[in-house]
Structures are given as structure tokens and as C-alpha cells.
Design a protein around this ligand. Structure first.
Ligand SMILES: Nc1ncnc2c1ncn2[C@@H]1O[C@H](COP(=O)(O)OP(=O)(O)OP(=O)(O)O)[C@@H](O)[C@H]1O
Ligand SMILES: [Mg+2]
Length: 687
């Protein structure tokens, strides 16, 4: 500062101060400018930092204060220069100037301090924010690394579709999922759809369209692609649509994973489930069917027993009626009496036929089981079928060479097949086909129990037609005697009854499989013939009646039948000795009474049978032939001691009886010898 008493020095001092003021002024302006720049930088930094923090307001306030201060001091300086400098004395002016200068300097100093503080704070904040930003960035980088590691581990591919521009991004993993090299195609909606199998593409497009139209946010889809290396693969895509405020879809982003293994495992599981369900269903159905079969078999057995019992008694009555009629015919009768007699004879013949058919169902028919080698017999059976069918029915017979022989009565088997063929014909009025097939079948214990047959080997004969089939209500009753759906006069309802009775009496089974409008199969299970030595016993009536009178021992418990047989034989000139059971028969056989031939019923009282009589005859009169008679003995006849012996079936005509006695006498003793040699160890009758 200059001395106060030297005006020149003062002026110089003032000039210098003016210079200084001006410099200060300029410095202030620079500072203001610098502050503004800093403020801008600060603002930028603030904007950068604003994402991580909400502070900064303080900084802004400090800067604003600084601005104000700087602006204020600049204005004061300008006023000083203009107004006051014009009117005051040099001294006053100087003083004022000095004061003002001091003020300006003080303000400048304050401003500088404030600026330094602001700068320091700014630097601190910037450092703080930079650190926070760096930490955040490091976290972000780590999260990103973790995400991409997880995506790679999960083999999940990311896609990001900018719907507005059509631009699409596929991650490395996404390319890999499709077996493509990055950049091999340009990712787009079209190139995405092109990776999908055509069969699935339509559905995918439709789903995509639906999502877009209905503004569905989430997109889930499973489809197949063809991977150039591994073939067809399943991909599951899951994504989300982003819509703008006007509802326009802007972006779709999501990820895809390969679900082939899971899908395949599911398919296997599904198949297993289906199989299991089918098996359970089949098992249940099988059990139900078995139960039904058992119930039906029991019902038919009961019905068979009832029918057989009635038919047996009826048969005895018919024997009496027929033999009595025969004797009556020998009496001198007038014409009217003869007419009446013929009518009664006709009716009784029909009655006898009906009884025979009922016995066939009631397991009591005249059956002589023999060994039938089916493959050699099939041609004959085929011809039998051809004759009973119309020309518009095709016939196929399938019987492999290895088919076992069956043990059954040949005539009854033919009759059964004939009945079945006629039924099939009636069920195919417009024609069709009939197939007869034979298959070997082993029936294990469990199944045998259900079916009601012994365990063992069987041949399954299946007669299948392509006819009308039967509704369940008909199928359930079809085997019952007299059940028919045919018009009166067209069917008696005894055809299937014969089939059933034949199969049961042969030790087998018959059942029906049918479906309305599809056709019917009748299945016959016949036992396998295990003894090929057993041959057919010829018992067809024929030959000459006995002419010479002989002595006949008649063993018959039914008094009426015994009476009529005695009459019949007496009428032929024979002598008759009668025994009502095993005990009196034994007495006669053991006595000296002359006996040329024995006629014995198979079923005798007290649990005895014709077989006991046969054994007694072999003991006491080995030269005497035996003729059996029965009305109900299909099973009894299977006794080994009875096999091969002639049988007269009740009711019989005198001529039949005469023929059988004659043949027995003629063939004896060779037949007896043969039978003896086949018989089990001889068993002494109980005295
Ligand atoms: N192959 C078949 N297809 C369709 N329905 C059948 C068949 N076989 C039998 N049926 C039905 O079973 C019923 C009984 O048959 P069954 O052979 O016992 O008597 P029918 O044929 O009516 O008379 P019959 O045989 O005594 O002349 C028949 O009336 C018919 O309704
Ligand atoms: Mg029939």
C-alpha cells in the first residue's frame, strides 16, 4: 500500500489497485466459469451416481450458494466502477474503493474457501460414488458370470426377440442346442420356426399368434427340432412378452432347454402305465369272464342233472311202452286197433327220440369214446360241413399236423359239428365264412378249476362264423335245452344243448364267444386221447337176430322194465332168469342154472354196477357173453371192464335187442378174452 500524503503515489497505488481489482474481477469470472463447469461435471457425475444413490442434493445446494455469491460480488464491483467513481473526490473515492476492495477481497476469500470446500466435498462424493459404482459393477460382473455358468450347466439357451425391429439374439448355448455354429443363420422369427419339425411348427405358430393377439404374458411351448448331429430332439421354450403402454408387443425374451430325455422317460412311463392299466383291465375282465363261465357252467350242470334224471325215468317208461306195444302188435287186432297202435308207436318213437336228445344234454347219451386222429379226420369233417351249408358260405379248415388226437364219440362229434354248422348257416343268410380250427391246449390247474374240467391236455376246436352274432341275453341261454330264437317249426333249441352235453360228457367243455353283427365262435375243448390202443367199438345195430332159443339172465332193478324185457325175450322164444340186483345175480351165476348170455343194466342199486356183474360172470361163467343196457350211463360206460361190450340203449326195439344178443353170442369168447387181457387185476365180487 502507498503512503497517504503523496497524491501521485496514491494515484499510482489506485491505478495498481484498479488493476488488481480488474484481475480479481477476471479471476472471479474465471472462478464462476470454473464453478459452472464443475457444476456441469458434478451434474454428470450425479446423473451417473443417481442410479445407485439418492443423495447429492447437498452438493447442488452448495454449488448454488457459490454461484450466488460470485454473481453478487461481480455486480458490486461493476457498480463501483460506474456510479461512485464519477462524483467523489479522489480521497473519498480512494477510501471507498479501499473499503470496497477489502470487502471484495474478503468476499473473494470467502468464495475461495467455499469453492475449496465444495471441491473437497465434490471430490469426496466422487470418490465415494466411484467406489460404490466399482463395487456394484464387480457384483454385476460376478452375477453375470454366475448366470452364464448356470445357463451353460443347465444347457439353457437364451433368446431375445425385438418384435418391433425383428432383430433376434441367440445365446451361445442356444446355438449349441440346435447344433448350429453361431452366425450360421441370421437369428429371426423365420429362422427360429425353420428349426422346428414341420409337424410341430403349425402348433407353435398358432400358440405364438394366440399369445400376441390375446396379450398373454407368458409363453410355454414344447416342440421338436432336428439336430444335425443327434436327430430329433424335444425342446421346451419358456418366455415372456413385453408390451408397451399402447398394448403393442415390443419384445419377447426367454430360454429353451432340451427335454428329450425327460420326454422319452415320460413316454416310457406312459407306455408302462398304459400297459399296466391294460393288464389290470384284462385281469379284471378275465376274472369276470371266468366267474361268468363258472356260474353258467354250474347253471347248466344243474339243468343237465335235472334233465338227465327226468329223461332217465322217462326212458324206462318208454322202454316199457315200446316193448308192450311190440307185444301188442303180435296180438290179433282189428284194423282200427292196428291204426291206433301205429299212432301210439309213432308217438312213442318220437318220445324216445326226444328222450335221447334230452339225454344228450343231460350227459347221459350213448357215447363210445374212441381215439380220433383229427388231422386225418378233418377232410371228412370238411365234407360234412360242405353238405350242410349253402354255396355262399366259404369253409376253411385249419388243423396242423401236430394236433393231438382227441378222445370222443365220433358220431356225437359229427352231430355236434353239424349242429354248429347249421346254426352258422342260419346266422349267415347273406353268406359269409365258416372256419373250423383245431389247436392244442394245455389247461393248467387254476384255469381247469375255473372251467370245471380236469387239468391236462386238450384240443380246442373252434367253429367261427361271420354271421349275426348273439346279444348277451341270447348267449347266456343258448346252451339250454329248448332255448331258441327261431320261428316255431324252424328250431327246437336242442342243437347247442347236444353240443354242450357232448362236450361235457366227453370230459371237456363248450363255450361261446360272440359279438352282435360280427359273428360267433363256439369253442369245444376235448380231452387229448392218451391211449392210442383204444379203438372204436362197433355197435351199430345190424346183423341177424338170434334164431335158436337161449337162456338169458336179465339183471334189472326196475320191475316194469324187467317185466317188459322178459315179455320181449319170451316172445322171441328165449328162457329168462331175472335178478333185481347184484346179490341175486351172483346167486344165479354161482348156481347150476343154465345161462347162455347175460343182459345187465349198467346202473344197479346199492352202488353196484354192470361192471360188478361183468366181473362176476368172468369168475363164474367165463364163457358167457354179456350185453349191457342203459338209458343213462355215459360215464359208467367208461369203466375199463365195460369197454368193448355191446350196449343196448333204452328204450329199444325187440329187434335191436335180438341183434345185440346174437352178435354177443357169435363173437364170444374172443371178445371176452380180449377184454380180460386189457382189464385191471381181477377183483372178486363181494359175496
Ligand atoms: N352261430 C350262431 N350265430 C347266431 N346265433 C346263434 C348261433 N348259434 C346259435 N345261435 C342262437 O342260439 C339259439 C339256440 O341254438 P340251438 O342250436 O340250440 O337251437 P336252434 O338252432 O334254435 O334250434 P335247433 O338247433 O334245435 O334246430 C338259436 O336259436 C340262436 O338264437
Ligand atoms: Mg341249432
Amino acid at each position: 500500500m502507498a503512503k497517504d500524503d503523496d497524491p501521485i503515489a496514491l494515484r499510482a497505488e489506485i491505478a495498481r489497485l484498479r488493476d488488481e481489482l480488474e484481475q480479481a474481477h477476471t479471476a472471479a469470472e474465471d472462478a464462476a466459469e470454473e464453478a459452472a463447469r464443475t457444476a456441469r461435471d458434478l451434474e454428470r457425475a450425479e446423473r451417473e451416481l443417481a442410479r445407485h444413490t439418492h443423495t447429492g442434493r447437498e452438493m447442488e445446494q452448495a454449488m448454488a450458494q457459490l454461484h450466488d455469491q460470485l454473481r453478487h460480488s461481480a455486480a458490486v464491483q461493476l457498480e463501483l466502477q460506474t456510479d461512485q467513481a464519477r462524483s467523489l473526490t479522489v480521497e473519498e473515492e480512494l477510501n471507498i474503493t479501499l473499503e470496497e476492495m477489502q470487502l471484495v477481497i474478503a468476499e473473494l476469500e470467502a468464495a475461495n474457501i467455499a469453492l475449496r470446500d465444495a471441491n473437497a466435498r465434490l471430490e469426496r462424493r466422487v470418490t465415494e460414488r466411484t467406489t460404490a459404482l466399482a463395487t456394484a459393477n464387480a457384483g454385476l460382473v460376478e452375477a453375470q458370470a454366475r448366470l452364464s455358468l448356470a445357463l451353460r450347466a443347465a444347457e439353457a439357451g437364451i433368446w431375445d426377440w425385438n418384435i418391433a425391429t425383428g432383430h433376434m439374439m441367440w445365446s451361445d448355448e442356444y446355438w449349441k442346442l440346435h447344433g448350429l455354429m453361431p452366425g450360421e443363420v441370421i437369428p429371426s422369427r423365420e429362422s427360429w420356426l425353420a428349426t422346428i419339425l414341420p409337424e410341430d411348427r403349425v402348433l407353435v405358430e398358432a400358440t405364438l399368434q394366440t399369445c400376441l393377439e390375446r396379450h398373454v404374458l407368458d409363453f410355454t411351448m414344447e416342440y421338436r427340432i432336428r439336430h444335425p448331429g443327434t436327430g430329433v430332439r424335444w425342446l421346451a421354450a419358456r418366455g415372456r412378452f413385453l408390451f408397451d403402454e399402447t398394448g403393442q408387443p415390443r419384445r419377447m425374451i426367454g430360454l429353451s432347454i432340451d427335454t428329450t430325455e425327460r420326454k422319452e422317460a415320460l413316454q416310457v412311463l406312459d407306455a408302462l402305465n398304459h400297459e399296466l392299466a391294460a393288464r389290470v383291465e384284462a385281469e379284471v375282465a378275465g376274472r369276470e369272464a371266468a366267474q361268468r363261465t363258472m356260474f353258467e357252467t354250474q347253471k347248466l350242470e344243474a339243468l343237465g342233472q335235472l334233465t338227465g334224471g327226468v329223461a332217465h325215468d322217462f326212458n324206462n317208461l318208454m322202454t316199457v311202452v315200446i316193448s308192450a306195444l311190440h307185444l301188442l302188435g303180435r296180438e290179433p287186432l282189428n284194423e282200427r286197433q292196428q291204426r291206433l297202435l301205429r299212432r301210439i308207436q309213432q308217438a312213442s318213437a318220437q318220445g324216445a327220440e326226444l328222450t335221447r336228445r334230452l339225454l344228450a344234454f343231460g350227459r347221459g347219451q350213448d357215447l363210445r369214446p374212441v381215439t380220433i386222429p383229427l388231422p386225418t379226420h378233418m377232410q371228412e369233417l370238411r365234407e360234412l360241413l360242405v353238405h350242410s351249408l349253402r354255396e355262399n358260405i366259404e369253409i376253411a379248415v385249419i388243423c396242423p399236423e401236430e394236433t393231438w388226437p382227441v378222445r370222443a364219440d365220433r358220431g356225437a362229434l359229427e352231430l355236434a359239428l353239424l349242429n354248429l354248422a347249421v346254426n352258422a348257416r342260419d346266422a349267415m343268410p347273406q353268406g359269409g365264412s365258416l372256419t373250423l380250427s383245431a389247436t392244442n391246449r394245455q389247461v393248467p390247474a387254476a384255469e381247469a378249476k375255473l372251467l370245471g374240467v380236469p387239468t391236462g391236455d386238450y384240443v380246442e376246436l373252434r367253429i367261427t362264423d361271420t354271421g349275426t352274432g348273439m346279444p348277451e341275453g341270447v348267449r347266456q341261454h343258448a346252451f339250454e335245452p329248448f332255448f331258441t330264437t327261431k320261428e316255431p317249426g324252424k328250431g327246437t333249441g336242442l342243437g347247442l344243448a347236444q353240443v354242450y352235453g357232448f362236450a361235457r360228457q366227453s370230459g371237456g367243455l363248450a363255450r361261446i364267444e360272440t359279438r352282435p353283427d360280427e359273428g360267433t365262435s363256439v369253442i369245444l375243448l376235448l380231452p387229448r386221447a392218451t391211449d392210442p390202443a383204444l379203438t372204436e367199438a362197433s355197435a351199430a345195430p345190424g346183423g341177424e337176430p338170434v334164431l335158436e332159443p337161449v337162456s338169458v339172465l336179465v339183471v334189472e332193478d326196475n320191475a316194469a322194465v324187467a317185466e317188459s324185457v322178459t315179455d320181449m325175450l319170451g316172445g322171441m322164444g328165449h328162457k329168462v332168469a331175472r335178478a333185481s340186483g347184484m346179490e341175486p345175480a351172483l346167486e344165479i351165476l354161482a348156481s347150476e342154472a343154465p345161462i347162455d348170455v347175460v343182459l345187465t343194466d349198467i346202473l344197479l342199486p346199492s352202488g353196484r354196477s354192470g361192471a360188478d356183474v361183468v366181473r362176476a360172470v368172468r369168475r363164474y361163467r367165463p364163457q358167457v357173453p354179456v350185453v349191457l343196457t342203459t338209458g343213462y350211463g355215459g360215464e359208467a360206460i367208461s369203466d375199463p371192464d365195460l369197454i368193448g361190450l355191446p350196449v343196448v340203449w333204452k328204450p329199444y326195439e325187440p329187434k335191436t335187442l335180438a341183434t345185440m344178443l346174437a352178435r354177443a353170442l357169435r363173437s364170444h369168447p374172443a371178445e371176452i378174452q380180449a377184454a380180460v387181457s386189457n382189464a385191471p387185476p381181477w377183483e372178486a365180487p363181494v359175496a
